[in-house]
Design a protein around this ligand. Structure first.
Ligand SMILES: Nc1c(NC[C@H](O)[C@H](O)[C@H](O)CO)[nH]c(=O)[nH]c1=O
Ligand SMILES: CC(=O)[C@@H](O)COP(=O)(O)O
Length: 161
């Protein structure tokens, strides 16, 4: 199912564990800051809406999506968090750099989920245009930050019911 058929901001709180028992990390890329700030705000606000305490949400910023892997790993090691949300926006340019940044960030975050015991949520938009990114960070398709926050709560509670 494509994003166009599933609004990223729709969730049913009755199906989501209370987030008040968990600590969350949010690691945010500074590239395409208009997009990443919208994603990060939606993630933060959704965590709060689902019961997370403001003092239980820790935010760090990194230069770009390539650095998300290191930032999330350091967050897991240094802070006692129950889940980390990796926030980025990669937008295609003139060269193949887009492919390498997308692949590296996706593979790096996947590797953290294999190697570490703390879930890392992939909240990285990989778009061909700024219009596509805007549509998925608070536009017509909702906000991927909201989707990521819900995933973070569900993964933090996995096996703890
Ligand atoms: N072009 C984008 C980048 N590029 C920067 C890399 O992520 C990285 O910071 C740099 O190569 C130094 O290691 N990053 C994004 O997040 N989004 C882009 O569109
Ligand atoms: C995703 C990127 O790294 C890209 O935006 C950089 O642009 P370009 O490929 O034109 O150098």
């Amino acid at each position: 199912m494509a994003t166009s058929n599933k609004n990223l901001s729709v969730y049913d709180k009755t199906t989501i564990p209370n987030a008040n028992q968990f600590r969350f990390g949010i690691v945010v890329s500074e590239w395409n800051v208009e997009i990443t700030e919208s994603l990060a705000k939606a993630a933060h606000d959704t965590l709060i809406d689902c019961g997370a305490l403001p003092e239980s949400i820790i935010r760090w910023d990194v230069p770009g999506s390539f650095e998300l892997t290191f930032g999330c790993k350091k967050m897991i090691v240094q802070e006692e968090v129950d889940a980390v949300i990796a926030v980025g926006s990669v937008i295609r340019g003139e060269t193949s750099h887009f492919d390498f940044v997308c692949s590296a960030s996706a593979q790096g975050i996947k590797d953290l989920n294999v190697q570490m015991d703390t879930p890392v949520i992939f909240c990285v938009l990989t778009d061909d245009t700024l219009e596509q990114a805007r549509a998925r960070s608070g536009g017509k398709h909702g906000n991927k930050g909201t989707e990521a926050a819900i995933a973070a709560i569900k993964m933090a509670s996995l096996g703890k019911e």
